[in-house]
Write a protein that binds this ligand. Structure first.
Ligand code: NAG
Ligand code: NAG
Ligand code: NAG
Length: 443
């Protein structure tokens, strides 16, 4: 539930972004238009997943490092990454590197990939520096899309034996990175494959006593693990404290939580968390929520501390067909779910848990109905009523509603870390900048 945010001035920016995104998404190269010299130009078969990359500019003590993400499907290959200027050296044996937020330096995208001999290849790269947050609305400020660092690079990479710790000795490449305009060497670049996933997160689930904990849909086919695997993310679920005491609010029904109480409980009961070492999110399950029917992130911005997007809460005992304060939602027909405790309408409830977690990654509600987990529950009710789905709510909540759409999948795989990782860009408009430019399809 993000209505308040969507009504904010940021909505305009969001719509602008979505228009930009739709244009980008529709710009798919038709297969008939393949160049005739495809064979010689064909991109090398780079192993999909996360690579640990390093770039050491010549004559500098600095080394930029981070993850380089390679994903491919039948029609295209995308490569993006992030550089951090931390002094910490990621251990390749730890898999996907996670570096301190304060060292975030630049977003990287590959612009070109060409095969050479003996598994060597050439990769065009562009780096766009993150310059900080705008004081108005906390928008992010980046190098302009026409001004990548040094005007862009060309990197000639050859296979080399991987240093100790890399899990795949065959997939380690090293070479000079040259400034595209002058051809002069800017520095040394390395990339070694570290993991089949492109991103890894931990979700800690905590609750008050007696709450069911979300694991999977009724069919058992849709689990946290496979919903996230489909978008190239490795999710680890950690069960936290499950008997968190309920607050007493004299002016609210028993079992109902205020937003600041959710945040305080997370800080008090969550297991040890270091956002500079892991991407950790917290899901709190309670009976009911003040001002919210099903679920909502309780710290989308800087409400309680300087760490946005740490936690979200879901109301297991919201009565379907009511609004949060218990009065009848006369505006909608909730079908056979009407009058039931939300948790007993299992798939709709499980879907809300995944949906609220999806907002952590700055994913928004699609502007109109599409099957997918980021489409909100009310929109499923309306889609059933309007005949956009074969069945009405809640029967129209099936496995297709428990997937990230292709456009969300792209954002999750290839947006810069700072829009996705906790404690960085705040939710909503601040994340909808159309800079830096997105990773573009390579062939
Ligand atoms: C990272 O870069 C920023 C901006 O250039 C600089 O202020 C900071 O000192 C650098 N940090 C390290 C560890 O090199
Ligand atoms: C976020 O923006 C608000 C104004 O819109 C400003 O007052 C605040 O200082 C900014 N905070 C950060 C952390 O950028
Ligand atoms: C709300 O009102 C409608 C129409 O009177 C009724 O059909 C429905 O059962 C009521 N819902 C609840 C949860 O009481």
């Amino acid at each position: 539930m993000v209505n308040a945010l969507l009504k904010s001035p940021g909505m305009l920016a969001f719509l602008t972004f979505m228009t930009f995104w739709s244009l980008a998404a529709s710009h798919v190269i038709p297969s008939l238009a393949l160049p005739s010299d495809l064979h010689s130009r064909q991109a090398p078969k780079l192993k999909a997943g996360a690579w640990l990359m390093t770039y050491k500019p010549s004559g500098s003590s600095q080394t930029y490092k981070g993850s380089l993400r390679v994903t491919s499907d039948s029609s295209s290959l995308h490569i993006s990454g992030d550089w951090y200027n931390s002094t910490a050296q990621p251990n390749p044996a730890d898999g996907i590197p996670i570096l301190p937020r304060s060292n975030y330096y630049a977003f990287i995208r590959a612009t070109k990939l060409t095969s050479g001999n003996n598994r060597a290849f050439t990769m065009g790269l562009e780096a766009f520096r993150f310059k900080g947050f705008h004081e108005i609305n906390n928008y992010t400020v980046w190098d302009d899309s026409s001004a990548p660092l040094d005007g862009g690079y060309i990197t000639d990479l050859s296979p080399t034996t991987a240093p100790t710790g890399y899990p795949d000795s065959r997939n380690y490449f090293e070479g000079d990175m040259k400034i595209i305009g002058s051809g002069s060497v800017a520095g040394r670049f390395t990339m070694g494959w570290v993991n089949e996933y492109v991103r890894k997160i931990t979700l800690e689930i905590g609750s008050v006593s007696g709450m069911e904990v979300p694991n999977k849909d009724i069919s058992g086919q849709r689990t946290w693990k496979n919903i996230f695997s489909e978008v190239g993310w490795d999710i680890k679920i950690v069960l936290g404290k499950t008997d968190i005491p309920e607050p007493t609010n004299t002016n609210l029904p028993a079992g109902m939580w205020k937003s600041e109480q959710q945040h305080a409980a997370m800080l008090q009961y969550r297991k040890e968390t270091d956002f500079d070492k892991e991407w950790k999110y917290y899901l709190l399950l309670v009976k009911r929520l003040e001002g919210v029917e099903r679920g909502a992130m309780f710290d989308p911005g800087y409400e309680y501390n300087s760490i946005p997007r740490e936690g979200t809460a879901v109301a297991n005992e919201w009565i379907v067909g009511t609004i949060w304060d218990g009065t009848n939602d006369t505006g909608r027909n909730w079908g056979t779910a009407t009058g039931k405790k939300f948790v007993t309408v299992h798939d709709a409830w499980f879907r809300t848990c995944v949906h609220e977690v999806g907002h952590f990654f700055n994913l928004q509600h699609p502007p109109e109905f599409v099957q997918g987990v980021m489409t909100d529950t009310q929109t499923y009710v309306d889609a059933g009523r309007d005949g956009l789905t074969a069945q009405k709510f809640p029967e129209n909540v099936g496995s297709e509603s428990l997937k990230f759409t292709d456009s969300d999948k792209f954002l999750m795989m290839h947006r810069p870390d700072l829009f996705l990782r906790p404690g960085f860009v705040k939710f909503g408009a601040a994340a909808q900048n159309s800079e830096p430019p997105e990773a573009a399809p390579l062939r």
